[in-house]
Design a binder for this molecule. Structure first.
Ligand SMILES: NC(=O)c1ccc[n+]([C@@H]2O[C@H](COP(=O)([O-])OP(=O)(O)OC[C@H]3O[C@@H](n4cnc5c(N)ncnc54)[C@H](OP(=O)(O)O)[C@@H]3O)[C@@H](O)[C@H]2O)c1
Length: 236
């Protein structure tokens, strides 16, 4: 049984990933802004020191060893360019802190944890198609954070593979969660589906199956890979 720290486990893709991992008999220590059950830790990931406090609380809860980190928590708040300078900067910083800096801080602590124990470990980053393709005019920050996450992932994969520390990234397109609903509404509704050859958005369960594969099954030679989940709406 692996012990897995999964951020953003309360809803959407994270909740589906938790169910998929637990169905296979693994222990998931989840995270959300509020603690909703015994194995969910509260952390506001935009706050200074939150990632470090979360990692320590998760380690305590786990009894000292965590095998897998899944960086899944994320925000998708619009940041129009005609806002005031102050508001634009504040929204940029908040999205970068939640979507990228907290993932980097947790990954750093996970790598140091595995190094100190001489143990192997896995990190799964839930990035986005936006990290490759860019995003809407109101979401420069989101696309930049996800592109940064992909670069972070590749760096970790290349640096720590000799120690058995593996990194995988997933790049979903629209996925049927609250986050995608906000986006579809902001971009003209179902007409956007015309851009998806599959004819529908992904389900959280589809993305969760890939998270579970990367967390548990993916062969070590796959480290460094980014898996697209977008119905062929962006083919690299
Ligand atoms: N849905 C899509 O179309 C789509 C597409 C590509 C990539 N993704 C990525 O997939 C991941 C999951 O997305 P989702 O659609 O499942 O999102 P979601 O349904 O909106 O859930 C977001 C999760 O992140 C947590 N979270 C949000 N802001 C946080 C903060 N400031 N501090 C700590 N936790 C915070 C939420 O906790 P609370 O419940 O406490 O708010 C929740 O558990 C994200 O990284 C997202 O960027 C999603």
């Amino acid at each position: 049984m692996a012990i897995i720290l999964l951020t953003g486990s309360s809803r959407g893709i994270g909740a589906a990933a938790r169910a998929a991992l637990e169905a296979r008999g693994h222990r998931v220590i989840g995270q959300a802004r509020k603690a909703t059950d015994g194995d969910t830790l509260a952390a506001e990931l935009g706050a200074p020191g939150a990632a470090e406090a979360l990692w320590q609380a998760a380690l305590d809860r786990a009894g000292g060893a965590i095998e897998v980190l899944v960086n899944n928590a994320g925000v998708f708040d619009a940041n129009p360019i005609d806002r005031s300078h102050e508001d634009w900067h504040a929204a940029w910083e908040e999205t970068l802190r939640v979507n990228l800096t907290s993932a980097a801080a947790l990954s750093r602590l996970a790598v140091k944890h595995w190094q100190a124990r001489g143990a192997a470990g896995r990190i799964v980053h839930v990035a986005s198609r936006a990290g490759h393709r860019g995003d809407s005019p109101d979401h420069w920050h989101y696309a930049a954070a996800k592109g940064g996450m992909l670069a972070l992932h590749k760096t970790i994969a290349r640096q720590y593979a000799p120690a058995g520390i593996l990194s995988f990234a997933i790049a979903p397109g629209f996925t049927d969660t609250a986050m995608a609903g906000d986006y579809l509404a902001s971009r003209g509704g179902p007409g956007l589906l015309a851009d998806i050859p599959l004819g529908r958005v992904a389900t959280p369960e589809e993305v969760a199956a890939i998270i579970a594969f990367c967390a548990l099954d993916a062969p070590p030679s796959m480290t460094g890979a980014t898996l697209d989940v977008n119905g062929a709406s962006y083919v690299r």
